[in-house]
Design a protein around this ligand. Structure first.
Ligand SMILES: CC(C)(COP(=O)(O)OP(=O)(O)OC[C@H]1O[C@@H](n2cnc3c(N)ncnc32)[C@H](O)[C@@H]1OP(=O)(O)O)[C@@H](O)C(=O)NCCC(=O)NCCS
Length: 172
């Protein structure tokens, strides 16, 4: 499998991950979003050319305003005195999906490793500390298995949960 940055001439074919919004984003919105510089998409292409999965990335921040007291202390305690700010730069996973044809084969896990490696390579070009995601409730266990943790309890009753991954986890 190969991770390919989406380009204007990339032939987007049918993609079904079982979620209409995520299917539609890839086919209709990924290229315009890239053109407008609001989200960059990457395709995981199978050896036979099918689209196995995709994700898109955009800039974000982890901010004190989104987090209840004790959780924010946890985030802030990762930084030395003098570097304890009200927010920290992050990269957000805007969308992420695996085709139903490739489900349960650790394709998501493999793609997440590629995503983190890709961002690690970019660390000298752009400073960011965390990866964030608004995880569908059904996908929360998947993100937990990939090292993501909840950022706040405020969203416990919502249909997505804000989660984050600390890039320093892979430095240590
Ligand atoms: C969530 C999703 C990306 C997982 O992709 P996947 O390729 O099937 O997952 P993987 O095979 O890489 O799973 C990695 C691990 O997470 C576990 N896992 C994956 N999805 C899970 C789920 N929904 N519930 C519980 N565990 C799950 C797997 O069992 C596996 O565990 P293991 O390492 O102990 O064997 C995929 O199901 C999907 O695209 N779903 C629809 C779209 C979606 O929800 N996207 C997320 C939007 S925030």
């Amino acid at each position: 499998m190969e991770l390919i940055p989406l380009t204007p001439d990339y032939p987007l074919t049918a993609f079904d991950c079982g979620d209409e919004d995520l299917n539609k984003f890839l086919l209709d919105d990924a290229k315009p979003s890239q053109e407008l510089r609001i989200a960059n998409t990457f395709i995981l292409e199978a050896d036979d050319g099918r689209i196995a999965a995709y994700f898109c990335l955009l800039s974000d921040k982890v901010s004190k305003d989104e987090v209840i007291g004790s959780r924010w202390k946890k985030v802030r305690s990762r930084f030395p005195k003098g570097k304890q700010f009200r927010s920290y730069p992050s990269v957000k996973i805007g969308r992420l999906a695996v085709s139903v044809d490739f489900r349960g084969l650790h394709v998501g896990k493999t793609m997440m490793k590629m995503l983190v490696n890709k961002l690690q390579i970019e660390r000298n070009a752009l400073a960011f500390r965390f990866i964030t995601v608004d995880a569908y409730l059904s996908a929360v266990p998947f993100y937990e298995k990939n090292g993501f943790v909840h950022l706040t309890k405020k969203d416990e009753d919502e249909h997505t949960r804000l989660m984050y991954f600390d890039m320093m986890e892979i430095d240590g």
